[in-house]
Ligand binder design. Sequence first.
Ligand SMILES: Cc1cc2nc3c(=O)[nH]c(=O)nc-3n(C[C@H](O)[C@H](O)[C@H](O)COP(=O)(O)OP(=O)(O)OC[C@H]3O[C@@H](n4cnc5c(N)ncnc54)[C@H](O)[C@@H]3O)c2cc1C
Length: 384
Amino acid sequence: MEGKVDVAVIGAGIYGLMTAHKLLLRGVRNVAVFERLFIGSGQSSRNAGGIRAQFANGATIRFMVEAERQWKCISRELGYNILFTRDGYLFSCFSDEDEGLYALHRKIQNENGVNSVWLEPGQVAELVPGINRDGLVGANFSSQDGILHHDAVISGLMFEIRRNGGKIFEYTPVERVERGASGGFLVHTRSGVFSASYVVNAAAACAPGIASQLGTTLPIKPVRRELIATEPMRHFMKPMLVSLKYGITIHQSLRGEFIGHTSANEPENFDLRAGFGFMVQYAKDITKLLPFMKNVRIVRQWAGTYDMTPDNSPVLGPAPGMPNFINAAGSSGHGFMMSPAVGSMIADYIGTGRIDDLMKPFRLERFETGELLTELVLSNRGVL
Ligand SMILES: Cc1cc2nc3c(=O)[nH]c(=O)nc-3n(C[C@H](O)[C@H](O)[C@H](O)COP(=O)(O)OP(=O)(O)OC[C@H]3O[C@@H](n4cnc5c(N)ncnc54)[C@H](O)[C@@H]3O)c2cc1C
């Protein structure tokens, strides 16, 4: 036996690291994170850093309101600047037909604690100078939302976990998990076997492989998503801009680069190669939305793997019949933004045995009971 830990966390992405950090804050000292590659090597260092509570169902919105509340405190909590700017998310609307849908979203959001408002085209153009106003009907906008730098968050968490005595084992894949004595687990890694009282399965699209070793089926599929970054320009666009018409998002980083992604027609696999087709399609769409982009050069492009569930929402909490085996996976393209609340609620569950009311709707059992958290509008338009 290599060692004994209170909590073994599988995966050093944002879900695993936030959980380890929040456990250490609660005073659980013997926490080990096992990562098959290096810290943040999954999606957590390949995303756009967008943080929003503008969703279309109450449970997700309420969860995100709590996550945004926590994001405001994370720089202080970590003693590390995560470069979080709260300049809003702007959902542009280019169709009269969609206006009713946008109003419905605002109503659900406002009822659940989000201050989203409708902007007229002139107000949209003030926030997004250069937007193509041809056919622009308006936008939903919430100033509570924002953008952060994912690498800063990952680095801050890594330093803080180690400072507080937590262990992160890199290049240490978990090969097998089995039930051990007295309700615990044996975690087989390349570096030896660890006994653990709790296991947190935060292995994203690889989580189903681990859960299945204990007889649990997670409905999670890997799907490729791609991003581009342009050369830097003078900083003039503050919010994250979303276009349901083209199924794309774009924001300007603090360095001035435009960072954009789309989600349509990507394969279901772990392929991390960047595709020429994506770049061409993105260039076509973004130059219709923001015509000034015709003169801006793309300088980088990369891909990441979304871990998608059938209702585009994560699976959070103990596996049925296994209170000490906790899943935190299936983030479906918006997991970074949810992560502080995911980490603190899982840490609270391990500390108290109580499942937070905000986390209950995300349990795995919803796929049996039919209580899905469907985020259809965004996913159908490819913006998730
Ligand atoms: C292009 C793109 C844009 C995105 N934009 C946003 C955005 O704007 N806002 C937002 O909130 N989210 C965004 N996301 C989604 C976000 O990145 C994810 O939801 C989030 O990072 C998920 O974190 P995670 O820890 O679950 O997964 P990951 O970061 O993928 O971490 C899982 C880790 O588990 C490790 N692992 C797997 N199997 C094993 C094993 N057997 N043993 C040990 N380790 C293992 C992996 O190596 C990996 O490091 C985006 C994603 C992509 C790809």
